[in-house]
Write a protein that binds this ligand. Structure first.
Ligand code: FS2
Ligand code: SF4
Length: 547
């Protein structure tokens, strides 16, 4: 087994025996085989697109499939076996269609055929072993190939979410196939690989813009919203992951049921969407913190739990019988909810909630705020600009990104705690749960801690930065703004590439640097963008404020 795609990769050296995320070598093998089959589909899809054939199904399938191979999404071998079969079937069908208008000599990979009578996991492992062998001559190129592949997974996941909300861009799909096809190219130079990685950043910005449009056109622009952290007595359902459309579907199906719906993890920002707030009063509060604490949070929750996207951990026996997955998420033995007429049917979850105890007692009120997305922040940009000009706000920090179990992630908590009183912290994604309930007060009526949203809302944070730069009439790199980011999985890689594509400099990245980047590749990025690893909260704060 070989996997290096996330921050918790074993000993910073790659997972070779078993995934630190709980992924078995067998699941890793079928995931690798699926990615190989998507790579074999890519040149055929590109040709079909060139010929004007309809490939929307292939486009969507490719993005959803890539999403399933991301960290903490799906652990079910049978699910991957089905996707592998489907990838080959789609490819062969396209070839037949193409043959009707032209004759093509396909590259070897486009004729690859897995042997479904043998172990698919072993076949995937063998293909990855071949890829690793070929990398020995040039580790820097291999690092950039992985950067492109992992970045493409992140981009594909955003494109998938956007598609669910009715937003699609053929350019993103086409580029996704190009990026997958590139992994098989051995003639690209280092500079060309870097350019391709930055192109992922560019196309990921488009994918995130589509997703933002999907969210805001469907549910309205988020507004600042107070969210209770204390449960209220009554039957309860907990929804985790990022998928707001799935949350909305569950809310619709539980309307007038008397069941209270709580968000978990990255669904906290859902409370800020007007169309959800107004229509669904039973969308009440938030329960628990970041994904890596789910075994504790889910075990205590007195109702069923639905996971809509990453990050799923291997479930404990204390809650596995009332845990449910939807969409691309899966785990063997855990019920995957059926879809009827394009909508997930939550009746199993609802009936389970009715048989479980629910919350029985009032607890002391606690609350947090969310909903400071681009519209909310930029609508008060004049107040913000005045506060900066009058010296009330000295600096902005974007402290955002993923969370994880490693103790060195305490850096981010300490960093926020040490931010001086005359500075504002913008945050997003699940890393915020280390400090999201801190009472940091306000400056001239502006809260000092502003939750922009999920990791999926990185687009909103970028628009805030660009909007402020525009209002101040300066380059974004001249703003009194520092980005201190935490990464964990492949969406974070795609977002980092977007920030680099936008020319944003001086980003601090942690808690560790990606294991798959070689020192040479990182040096190249740091020389161009002054991308740097985090050091200590004190030293980094001082350096940011000295500029
Ligand atoms: Fe957090 Fe996990 Fe959001 Fe990442 S819930 S680390 O995959 O997507 O951020
Ligand atoms: Fe290891 Fe991360 Fe890959 Fe899981 S996803 S096997 S933890 S590198």
């Amino acid at each position: 087994m070989f996997c290096e795609q996330c921050e918790q990769t074993a000993s910073g050296q790659g997972c070779h025996q078993w995934g630190a995320c709980g992924k078995s070598p067998a699941v890793n093998g079928v995931q690798d085989l699926l990615v190989y089959c998507l790579r074999s589909l890519a040149p055929v899809a590109l040709k079909a697109g060139e010929l004007g054939l309809s490939i929307l199904e292939v486009d969507r399938f490719t993005c959803e499939s890539l999403f399933t191979t991301m960290t903490n999404v799906n652990f079910d071998q049978r699910y991957f076996a089905n996707l592998i079969r489907h990838a080959i079937a789609l490819r062969e069908d396209l070839k037949v269609q193409i043959a009707q208008s032209t004759s093509i000599e396909w590259p070897e990979i486009a004729d690859y055929q897995p042997d479904f009578t043998e172990s698919l996991a072993e076949q995937g492992e063998n293909l990855t072993a071949r890829l690793l062998e070929s990398a020995k001559g040039n580790p820097d190129i291999f690092a950039l190939k992985l950067l492109v592949l992992y970045g493409a997974k992140g981009m594909a996941s955003y494109a998938f979410h956007a598609y669910e909300l009715g937003q699609e861009d053929p350019d993103i799909y086409q580029f996704c196939h190009q990026a997958l096809h590139a992994v098989d190219q051995d003639h690209l130079t280092l500079e060309e690989w870097v350019a391709l990685a930055l192109k992922i950043g560019e196309m990921n910005l488009k994918a995130m813009a589509c997703l933002d449009a999907g969210h805001t056109e469907t549910y309205g622009h988020p507004v600042p919203t107070t969210v209770p952290l204390n449960p209220r007595p009554g039957k309860a359902i907990l929804v985790s992951g990022h998928d707001i459309k799935q949350l909305a579907a569950l809310l619709e199906q539980t309307l007038d049921s008397g069941i209270t719906v709580y968000t978990h993890g990255e669904l906290l920002p859902a409370h800020g969407y007007p169309q959800l707030k107004e229509r669904y009063p039973h969308l009440y509060g938030h329960y628990g913190t970041a994904w890596q604490n789910q075994t504790r949070d889910f075990a205590k929750f007195p109702g069923p739990v639905v996971i809509t996207t990453n990050c799923l951990m291997p479930p404990h026996e204390t809650y596995e019988e009332h845990l449910y997955t939807v969409g691309p998420v899966g785990f063997p033995g855990i019920i995957h909810l059926p879809t009827l007429d394009d909508t997930v049917d939550y009746s199993l979850v609802i009936s389970r909630a009715k048989t479980m105890e629910g919350f029985t007692e009032e607890t002391e009120p606690r609350q947090v705020m969310t909903g400071f997305a681009r519209n909310a922040v930029l609508s008060v940009s004049e107040t913000i600009i005045d506060a900066v000009k009058q010296g009330q706000i000295r600096h902005f920090f974007l402290v955002g990104g993923c969370d994880g179990a490693k103790p060195d992630r305490n850096y981010y908590t300490e960093f926020v705690e040490k931010v001086p009183q005359d500075c504002v912290v913008l945050t997003l994604a699940c890393g915020k749960f280390r400090f999201f309930d801190r009472q940091l007060g306000t400056i001239g009526g502006i809260p000092r801690l502003l939750d922009v949203g999920q990791c999926n809302d990185a687009y909103s944070a970028i628009q805030i930065a660009l909007g402020l730069a525009n209002a101040f009439e300066m380059d974004v790199n001249e703003l009194p703004l520092s980005m201190v980011l935490s990464w964990y999985e492949q969406k974070a890689i795609a977002v980092l590439l977007t920030l680099l594509h936008l020319g944003i400099k001086d980003i601090r990245l942690g808690p560790t640097l990606p294991a798959f980047l070689t020192p040479n590749v990182f040096k190249l990025l740091s020389e161009t963008y002054n991308l740097q690893p985090i050091s200590t909260p004190e030293a980094d704060l001082a350096a940011c404020l000295a500029v």
